[in-house]
Design a protein around this ligand. Structure first.
Ligand SMILES: *Cc1c(COP(=O)(O)O)cnc(C)c1O
Length: 404
């Protein structure tokens, strides 16, 4: 390439909008769960692009699907349908409660579609008064104005003018707080079947079942945002299976494309019919290139071996993190499920999750945070056991430095 300017971290501040604060490290290639930066320094990837790279980097099945479709047809628009979208939709329908699929390009857009569908369904069936949307504090549903308003952190939705109305928040894992605000005017309850960004918080079985019952009592739709928990992340194809609670609408993105942007909303035929011709749409949604890659990711993840492997690898992380903690006493709890794991810092290290992330990066292992107090791990679902061991050894070195 004939670039006559340095492409480095300083360039980010020159040319990019300052809404992110990226690391100084600029990765340039990856293979499996290893990544190399511009200086050829190697990292083990425990971050997985924030629970996106479910098959690591450059998985052969995804690369060949991308190449194959890339030489056939990339884009058509929804004026025509296409084979990869139809095949992927069929597989999603065959393997979930869903009977109908809407494709989008991201988690937020999938949730936007779910919320708009819920409002239409309620309007058509019950009338204008049934518009209340309830979600949970600390929940995260994306950054469009509707989804960020439904999300449970006012700090993310404040400061942009008037918000979409009739959106209220209850406490996660507190059924009474939901009971108090729910009524026959509730249109939908949106929740994550394990809060990701909000701190890796699992719902109790009683809570999840109770939310389902309340929705049934009040004729409200239950929407599961499985953008982070879906596609094998928790050891089942979708988290609702493990909970034994079936939603009316489910959204999925992140791992769905294994790194290629795509999202989807699944629902029943009865509910789907309210999103009739012209009510909603997307230029790219269901694009053949995205769907071809997602189909390959879906086929690869949705096997008993890969899903069982998630549970076996969770045990390796838990054992390794507990062993580190026995030496350094920095975590009060290791929580989460499958390969979505949170290490909660003790009172002494409160607010310093980012320091652990930065120190780990220096030792050659990429991690995530979930808020200021939790170090989060969301690696590839097929990360080799040897990479888990090596990555944890590097992470231990980082902990040792900070614990001094
Ligand atoms: C990441 C995430 C989103 C937003 O997805 P985008 O692709 O960034 O729009 C929504 N919900 C949950 C639970 C997420 O983790």
């Amino acid at each position: 390439m004939s670039n006559h300017f340095p492409v480095d971290r300083a360039l980010f501040d020159d040319v990019m909008v300052p809404n992110y604060a990226p690391s100084a490290v600029i990765p340039v290639r990856g293979e499996g769960s290893r990544v190399w930066d511009q200086q050829d320094k190697e990292f083990i990837d425990f971050a997985g692009g924030i629970a996106v790279n479910c098959l690591g980097h450059c998985h052969p099945a995804l690369v060949s699907a991308l190449k194959e479709q890339g030489e056939k047809i990339w884009h058509l628009s929804n004026v025509m349908t296409n084979e990869p979208a139809l095949r992927l939709a069929k597989k999603l329908v065959d393997n979930t409660f869903g009977e109908k699929v809407y494709f989008a390009n991201s988690g937020a857009e999938s949730n936007e579609a779910a919320l708009k569908l819920a409002r239409r369904w309620a309007l058509d069936n019950f009338g204008e008064q049934k518009s209340q949307i309830i979600s949970f504090k600390q929940g995260f549903h994306g950054r469009t104005f509707f989804t960020v308003t439904v999300g449970g952190q006012a700090a993310y939705s404040d400061g942009f003018g008037p918000k979409p109305g009739d959106v209220v928040h209850a406490e996660y894992n507190d059924l009474d707080s939901l009971k108090e605000i729910m009524s026959d005017n509730t249109c939908a309850v949106m929740m994550e079947p394990l809060q990701g960004e909000g701190g890796i918080v699992s719902p109790t079985k009683e809570f999840a079942e109770g939310v389902r019952e309340l929705c049934d009592q009040h004729n409200a739709l239950l929407i599961f945002d499985e953008v982070q928990t879906g596609v094998g992340r928790l050891g089942t194809l979708y988290a609702y299976e493990g909970l034994g609670v079936t939603p009316d609408i489910l959204t999925t993105a992140k791992a769905l494309g294994g790194g290629f942007p795509i999202g989807a909303m699944l629902t029943t035929t009865e509910i789907a019919k309210h999103l009739k011709i012209g009510t909603h749409g997307s230029t790219y949604g269901g694009n053949p290139l995205a769907c071809a890659v997602a189909e390959a990711a879906f086929d690869t993840v949705n096997t008993p071996e890969v899903l069982a492997g998630v549970n076996a690898k969770e045990a390796l992380y838990r054992d390794g993190l507990n062993a580190i903690n026995e030496k350094y006493n920095v975590f009060s709890e290791i929580r989460g499920k499958g390969l979505l794991i949170g290490a909660v810092l003790t009172e002494e290290y409160k607010g310093r999750a980012k320091d652990f992330l930065v120190a780990a990066m220096e030792e050659g292992v990429m991690t995530l945070v979930a808020g200021a107090n939790i170090v989060r791990f969301a690696p590839s679902l097929v990360i080799p056991d040897a990479d888990i061991a090596e990555g944890l050894a590097r992470f231990e070195k980082a902990v040792a430095k900070l614990a001094k």
